[in-house]
Structures are given as C-alpha cells and as structure tokens.
Design a protein around this ligand. Structure first.
Ligand SMILES: Cc1cc2nc3c(=O)[nH]c(=O)nc-3n(C[C@H](O)[C@H](O)[C@H](O)COP(=O)(O)O)c2cc1C
Length: 346
C-alpha cells in the first residue's frame, strides 16, 4: 500500500480528467473500477473483486468477506456486489461506454457472478449518466431525520426510479409507517438478543484512525472514537436490544418515506436487486435527501412475510430503506486499495 493512502480519503478523490489521458482499454476499465468500489456494502465488507478481460470486467463475489450470522444466505453480500456493478455501469456511461451484463446463476463460489461488457458509444444510456455525480457524494446517514414531506420535484425523481423497478422497489404508504416502525423495533429486539449476532456486528466496528480500509467506524454508529473498544466489549457482553430497538423505531418514525427492496432469494435476482437499490440510493443523494437501512424486519422469519405483504410485494423482502432530511455526513467510509480487489490477468 502506498504510504500516502488514507482509506477514508484517497479512494473518494478521483481526478476525472485523468481518464482522457488513458490509452489502453485495460487502463480505462481500471479507472472505472475506482467508482465501482465506492458502492455501499453490508458492514462495509466490500465483498467483491474484479478481473479485467478483453471486452470488459468480470465481477466476483468475495465469499471470504461474508457475514455468516447477520447474512447467512449471502443475500446482502450479493446485493452489495450488484451495487458495485451499478456504479461501474454509471461511470462507464459517463465516460462514453455502453455496458451490458451477463449473469452466471451457477452457485460455484470461484466463478465470476457477472461479466460486464463495455463498448465505446456516442450515445451512452441517458438514464445512467445523470447519477454519476452522486457516486462520490453518497453516504449512509444513520442520524434522525425530520419526517418532513418530500418536495414534489424530488418525489417525482424518486417515483421515476421506483416505477422503473416496480417488482423490486416497493414504496411503503405513509399510513403504514408507524406499523413498520413497530416491526423494526420488534425484529431489532429479536436479533440483538443473539450473542452471535452482536459479536459479528462488533467484529466489523473499527476505530476511526485511518488504519482500517473496511468495516464501520464507531463514530458513524454514534460512538466516539475513544469509546470504540469499550462499546464493542459491551456489545459482545450485553443484550443491546433494550436500547437499540426503540432507537431503531424512532429512526423509522423520523423517515419521510420508507422503501422495501424485494427480490427472489437466488444469486442473479439478488445481484439485480442490488443494482436497483444503488440506482435508488444515488437518486436519493442526487435530489439532496439522506437515507439509511433498517433491515431487521426483512431478516426475521414471520416478520419478513408480514412486511412483504404490507408493501404488496410479490417477492421476498430483502432490505428496508428509510429516506429523509438530515445534515449530510461529511466523512466517507474507508475503502480498500483498488489494487487489492483487481485480480491479475494471466
Ligand atoms: C446490502 C446492504 C445492507 C446494509 N445493511 C445495513 C444495516 O443493516 N444497517 C446499517 O446501518 N447500514 C447498512 N448498510 C450500509 C453499510 O453499512 C454502508 O454501505 C457501509 O458502511 C459503507 O458506508 P457508505 O454507504 O457510507 O459508503 C447496508 C448496505 C448494503 C449495501
């Protein structure tokens, strides 16, 4: 790792003009991958790797970065990979490429989950290019929102992306918000009561000291840097549900809108759900709103079906996203050095 590499800063500072000095296709693909790795991922595990090939990029899910307790069937892992694919495609469109994705449904862990082919074009996908600027501005924001109604113009942009993926993005009606907030509280209590669940969260909490290139900084979770070690110790020892569950309920209640992400529990539908999710998150960012995740109801048996029914979903619930107003998060989460996620071509 280069000695000036700060994982919290360097990956987010991409000099756009450098793209136009690149002469090889390989160099261009590598450049675009800088945007792919800015995608969100469960607990900032960044469970992806890439190989640049003749006509594009092969995308791999990195199962060594899985969360076996929080995400036992790799649903969030695959959606995170989908988010990285979407970022790549948006960046590719911005720099003048048409992309198409071929997915591999086979469950083998060593094979690429997708091949993104990229071809230069004079008319890149106009539904992707407007989201480019949001890639490096997007942050998960875990603050309380102020529950104000969303302005009509922003709402129409959100509805556009929801209408594009009617099977995957389900708007929860305002009159159901408090019921969903209750589900969030109940399911958070169930999950937080499990010591293994809390231990896995603790495993991915990091001190915000510039030494870590993955995981979530304690400050993003509302715990000051100096208390990080103590907080993870407490999390492992005690059932935090009593404190966390009502807090999660308030976070849901403070939302201006709630959206359920749904998709079949298979590799390809999950990757595609992740792509739709990222389009949504970038649109939220683009219109100046904030978001975070409250996924507990989608992960607890019984509750998962209830929230799906409430949202009129025809596919299983995967993620719950709340949207609203709050001051933006300034400091981005760290990312791994790009070189460590690009496989060498033989
Ligand atoms: C599939 C998926 C699931 C996530 N689940 C949660 C969650 O349950 N709680 C949470 O606070 N953040 C969740 N996140 C947000 C990640 O923690 C976040 O993306 C990561 O820490 C990187 O930070 P950034 O989004 O600000 O770049 C999730 C992200 C993805 C893509």
């Amino acid at each position: 790792m280069n000695e000036h590499f700060d994982p919290r800063v360097t990956p987010w500072q991409i000099e756009e003009s450098e793209f136009y000095e690149l002469e090889s296709f390989d160099g261009q693909m590598r450049f675009l991958l800088q945007y792919a790795v800015l995608a969100p991922s469960g607990h900032n595990t960044q469970p992806w790797s890439f190989r640049i090939v003749k006509d594009g990029v092969e995308v791999f899910a990195d199962y060594e970065r899985r969360l076996p307790v929080i995400d036992p069937t790799d649903r969030e892992l695959l959606m995170s990979v989908g988010a990285a694919i979407m970022n790549f495609r948006i960046a590719a469109a911005h720099f003048g490429f048409d992309t198409s994705v071929m997915y591999d449904p086979r469950p083998e862990e060593q094979t690429a989950v997708a091949l993104i082919s990229a071809v230069e074009t004079c008319s890149p996908d106009g539904s992707l290019t407007p989201l480019f600027g949001a890639i490096s501005k997007r942050r998960t924001n875990r603050a309380l929102f102020d529950a104000e109604p969303i302005e009509p113009q922003a709402l129409s942009h959100l509805c556009e992306v929801i209408d594009r993926f009617p099977e995957t993005l389900r708007l929860i009606l305002p009159q159901d918000k408090n019921r969903v907030a209750g589900m969030v509280e109940e399911s958070a209590r169930v999950r937080m009561a499990r010591p293994a669940f809390r231990a896995e969260i603790a495993d991915w909490i990091r001190a915000d000291d510039g030494q870590h290139s993955d995981g979530i900084s304690s400050e993003a979770l509302g715990v000051p840097h100096v208390l990080a070690a103590g907080a993870t110790w407490f999390l492992r020892q005690f059932d935090f549900g009593e404190w966390q569950a009502p807090r999660d309920r308030r976070l849901a209640e403070s939302a201006s809108a709630l959206i359920l992400v749904t998709g079949d529990d298979e590799r390809v539908p999950l990757i595609r759900a992740g792509e739709a999710m990222e389009r949504l998150l970038l649109t939220i960012t683009d219109v100046g709103l904030q978001y975070s995740f409250l996924n507990h109801p989608a992960a607890v048996k019984g509750m998962r079906e209830r929230i799906g029914d409430l949202a009129g979903a025809s596919q299983p619930a995967q993620l719950l996203i709340r949207i609203g107003f709050a001051p933006p998060v300034e400091q981005p989460m760290p990312r791994r050095d790009l070189a460590s996620v690009i496989a060498r071509t033989e």
